[in-house]
Design a protein around this ligand. Structure first.
Ligand SMILES: Cc1cc2nc3c(=O)[nH]c(=O)nc-3n(C[C@H](O)[C@H](O)[C@H](O)COP(=O)(O)O)c2cc1C
Length: 245
């Protein structure tokens, strides 16, 4: 339809990168593009920590579940939700700090995601590949310590960036009729098209894993939601000052 829409529709995560570095001028442009995203109440509640030291990268790769591309990507950065920076001004203006409401947590986390995705779209538009790293939340405490994150700041996800050394297929998404509903929530007609989609995903995985596991989407998500997921996050967030009020 147009170049931007085509680009967004051709996203796929990249997990193998060449050794080519990203030029500093380009990197600065990507950060600025990320900053261009909308920000709730103009809070600007996101901070990016760029990690360049190989030994720190190696530790984070390990803490994130031995994800080697955290080390091998040209760039690795951690996107943090940051209520500390705006919160500083409560004290400065002699106002109480009430930044530990669930609503503030949502605001800052959404800001982070929007900023990251704008940066990602900019990066992909110049031929870079990316992979988000939610795996850092396997060990958010040690990761936060390595990054020197104070109270009021928490690591939402990491991001690997670099020039792709692989060319994976685009991973098919759910049919639009399942995702976009008219006027009210409903699941009309979903079961049938999701069954067809399951076959598509099974085939996608079979091809990608060289004939290996061909799991369906429904089984994959059911498995995910039938298991405990990072149960430490609740207490970790409370310790970082994101106590839910
Ligand atoms: C917030 C977030 C965290 C993610 N964390 C990881 C991760 O730790 N490791 C990884 O290999 N992929 C990770 N991914 C990538 C997803 O697995 C991937 O986006 C999804 O399977 C769809 O594939 P695609 O990006 O190729 O379209 C993450 C994606 C998002 C949005």
């Amino acid at each position: 339809m147009n170049a931007v829409i085509d680009l967004l529709k051709s996203h796929r995560s990249i997990r193998k990168f060449t050794e080519r570095k990203i030029e500093p001028e380009l990197l600065a442009e990507l950060f600025a593009a990320g900053q261009g995203a909308a920000t709730s109440s103009f809070l600007q509640g996101a901070t990016i920590i760029r990690v360049t030291k190989p030994e720190v990268r190696a530790q984070i790769a390990d803490l994130a579940g031995k994800q080697a591309y955290v080390e091998s990507a040209a760039e690795f950065m951690v996107f943090c939700a940051d209520l500390k920076r705006p919160g500083n001004y409560c004290a400065a203006y002699d106002m109480p700090f009430e930044g530990d409401y669930t609503e503030h947590f949502i605001i800052a986390t959404v800001d982070v995601a929007l900023m990251a995705q704008s940066l990602v779209a900019a990066a992909e538009s110049v031929g870079l590949g990316i992979c988000y790293i939610g795996g850092i939340r396997n060990n958010p405490g040690p990761v936060s310590k390595l990054l020197g994150l104070p109270r009021g700041v928490y690591p939402v996800f990491g991001l690997c960036l670099g020039y792709p050394d692989q060319n994976p297929e685009v991973k098919p998404r759910l049919p639009l009729s399942v995702i976009v509903k008219q006027e009210v929530y409903n699941e009309d007609g979903d079961a049938e098209v999701i069954a067809e989609y399951d076959e598509k995903i099974k085939e996608y995985y079979r091809t990608r894993t060289g004939g290996g596991h061909g799991i369906t989407w429904t089984r994959q998500v059911a498995t995910l939601l039938s298991e405990k997921s990072r149960p430490h996050m609740k207490s970790f967030l409370a310790e970082q000052g994101f106590a839910f009020k």
